[in-house]
Write a protein that binds this ligand. Structure first.
Ligand SMILES: Cc1cc2nc3c(=O)[nH]c(=O)nc-3n(C[C@H](O)[C@H](O)[C@H](O)COP(=O)(O)OP(=O)(O)OC[C@H]3O[C@@H](n4cnc5c(N)ncnc54)[C@H](O)[C@@H]3O)c2cc1C
Length: 600
């Protein structure tokens, strides 16, 4: 099986050809960097991922974390990996120089994370969560709170979690019941139970900083009554030293299908006299703050799914190039040597489908990371606003397309290997099990569909949507002038018209009856997402066509030919079938809606 984590040529194509990452160097924030810094950072990430994360990926799966009632035990390689990640500065890399950071652009940090996800998604879960939690502390916590908790988080001495879900509520955050009581010293006492909290207990770090959503007593019902609290596992003394254990108890570990080396916990807050919690920001604003973390995490989940799909593709490709089996249909000579299975058209069909999903998903996630970057450091107010609006629109797609199609790439990978795909001696079955989480957490696929259709598009469309249409049309015009890409542009143009017509029809249906109108939201999300990735593939095809036209040769030529051919595949086999789906949506098909509970 291959040692490659990603196709490095593809990553550099995404960063420097699809995205103009070098142009970031013109921005004042990155004035001290150069392309060499970006590339050296990526290479460090690749090596750390290969040396400290990949080697225990399978072991962490087969020897999952245990809890003996007192302590959580993980395989020791996890701590070594965490320490290596922290020592290399990746927890703080994107922060300001004054906070000890390197002011690394978001898109480079996310590309680094792609290597860690590809190497070992479960162990990468710890830094992934911690980076999100520390961003939240940095953005919204008071300066005194930051002074006590942020520096140790960025140094890797403390880790972070996001604690939203409870046994009685998952998708419906407005119903959460964990409560917080104001104490005499101005801090709060938190009571309640949280479930599925990733990284909620372990001994990788001296302390764990839980970012907890809770309701202050007498706060209004629903989302408006939710506040955000920082609740540490251990309290700190005046000087910031670790003190007594806070009233946060691990009720137990959950035993998962995949991502097993990330602890999944049920946490009890306030079994005794209340867990000490510190209010972050203003009361009642907790969900809004948490959305910062959730939006970052949604892009991160998409990226994780893309990388697991990518690994599945690379392993399947490697296997297909090695495995001899059978002969081509026109060869009747039983004494002739067997061909490698990559010679069978049906295996190439599967590999092509995997390539389309894996590379398309990675490109989509890195594009979203570049929008995050532009929303923060864009050179004009207009650029920052437009990037934020476009990202807002696309976030449900960036979360859900890789989660569905990256997972499908993992599933197809099992098929490419045949029986070997199904057994634990090969990595494919674990990649599939790991990837199966991604359509569930950080808002299920169903929730993303509703978010896109009801919140992001709204009754009249939304600014992000208008911008998206303008951008796709610009790409269509550019591609129409290129002989190799003109047919691809025509196919995407037709799909875009369908999306516009379906969107308009569904907006009308929602206005008439929101429950009925949103009943096919997941199908709409799929239609919309597949078109977005069609756009991503058109842009890749145009770059490839131009490079070939300019005389690319050798391995460069084969790389670009692969891109162009996959884009052709995508338009014919992934976009063309959308027409029947669009017809059902436009007609407001109500078969799912009308199914009665007692008819099942
Ligand atoms: C391995 C793992 C790690 C996790 N890590 C964390 C973590 O670190 N922190 C944290 O807070 N949470 C975490 N979660 C929780 C995760 O975010 C939730 O499981 C998820 O949001 C779904 O909530 P639920 O499980 O309660 O399912 P439910 O909300 O009960 O959903 C069940 C089904 O009903 C559908 N559904 C629910 N409501 C609606 C609706 N209004 N309209 C249409 N369909 C609907 C859903 O789409 C889904 O198919 C994790 C979960 C897992 C499995």
């Amino acid at each position: 099986m291959t040692d490659a984590l990603l196709n490095d040529r593809d990553l550099s194509f995404q960063l420097y050809e699809m995205l103009d990452t070098e142009a970031l160097l013109q921005r004042p924030r990155y004035a001290e960097h150069d392309r060499g810094v970006f590339d050296a950072t990526l290479e460090t990430a690749r090596q750390l991922a290969a040396n400290y994360f990949a080697p225990h990926n399978q072991k962490g799966d087969s020897q999952e974390p245990t809890f003996d009632g007192e302590r959580v035990k993980l395989i020791p390689e996890t701590k070594i990996a965490w320490d290596a990640f922290a020592a290399a500065g990746f927890l703080v890399a994107h922060h300001d120089y004054e906070d000890g950071g390197l002011q690394l652009p978001e898109v480079i940090l996310r590309s680094c994370m792609a290597y860690f996800n590809a190497a070992n998604a479960a162990t990468a879960g710890y830094p992934f969560l911690s980076i999100g939690a520390s961003n939240l502390v940095k953005s919204f916590a008071s300066i005194p709170l930051q002074e006590r908790f942020l520096a140790p988080m960025l140094a890797g001495r403390f880790s972070g979690t996001m604690a939203l879900t409870e046994p009685g509520q998952g998708s419906a955050l407005g119903d959460l019941r964990t409560r917080a009581q104001l104490a005499a010293d101005g801090s709060y006492r938190v009571f309640g139970q949280k479930m599925f909290i990733s990284g909620g207990d372990h001994e990788l770090t001296d302390n764990i900083v839980h970012m907890v959503l809770a309701r202050i007593e007498d706060a209004p019902a629903g989302t408006k009554g939710i506040s955000l609290f920082l609740v540490p596992k251990f309290l700190l003394d005046q000087d910031g030293n670790i003190g007594a254990r806070n009233d946060v108890a691990l009720a137990g570990l959950l035993h998962k299908m995949g991502y097993r080396n990330t602890t999944s916990t049920v946490l009890n807050f306030g079994e005794r006299d209340g867990a000490v919690g510190y209010l972050v920001g203003e009361p009642g604003q907790g969900l809004g703050y948490m959305f910062q973390l959730m939006n970052e995490a949604r892009i991160g989940v998409g990226l994780g799914a893309a990388c697991l799909g990518y690994q599945s593709y690379l392993h399947a490709l490697d296997y297909a190039r090695e495995r001899p089996q059978g002969r081509l249909p026109d060869n009747k000579d039983p004494l002739s040597p067997q061909v490698r299975i990559v010679e069978h058209a049906d295996v190439r069909r599967m590999l092509l489908q995997q390539k389309a999903y894996a590379e398309g998903s990675l490109a989509l996630c890195l594009y979203a990371s570049s929008l995050m970057e532009d929303a923060r450091t864009g050179t004009s107010e207009l650029q920052r606003r437009e990037a934020a609006e476009l990202l807002d629109l696309l976030t449900p797609v960036v979360k859900s397309y890789p989660s569905r199609y990256g997972l499908l790439a993992s599933e197809i990978g099992i098929q490419v290997l045949g029986g070997s795909g199904y057994i634990r001696e090969y990595p494919l079955e674990q990649l599939y099990r790991d990837n199966r989480l991604n359509p569930i957490h950080e808002g299920t696929e169903g929730i993303q569909g509703i978010d896109l259709l009801s919140r992001k598009l709204g009754p009249r469309g939304g600014d992000g949507y208008r911008q998206y249409l303008v951008q796709v049309r610009t790409s269509l015009q550019q591609a129409a002038g290129d002989p190799a890409c003109a047919p691809l542009a025509a196919a995407l143009g037709q799909a875009l018209v369908l999306v516009e017509r379906v969107t308009l029809a569904l907006q009308g249906q929602i206005e008439a009856d929101a429950t009925l109108g949103l009943s096919n939201a997941t199908s709409y999300l799929d239609l919309f997402g597949r078109t977005v990735v069609g756009w991503i593939w058109l842009r890749q095809a145009l770059l490839a066509s131009r490079a070939l036209e300019a005389g690319a040769s050798g391995s460069e030529a084969t790389f670009y030919q692969g891109k162009l051919h996959t884009a052709r595949y995508y338009m014919d086999w992934e976009l063309a079938p959308l027409e029947s789906q669009a017809r059902l949506l436009m007609a407001g098909n109500r078969l799912c809606f009308d199914m009665q509970n007692d008819w099942f």
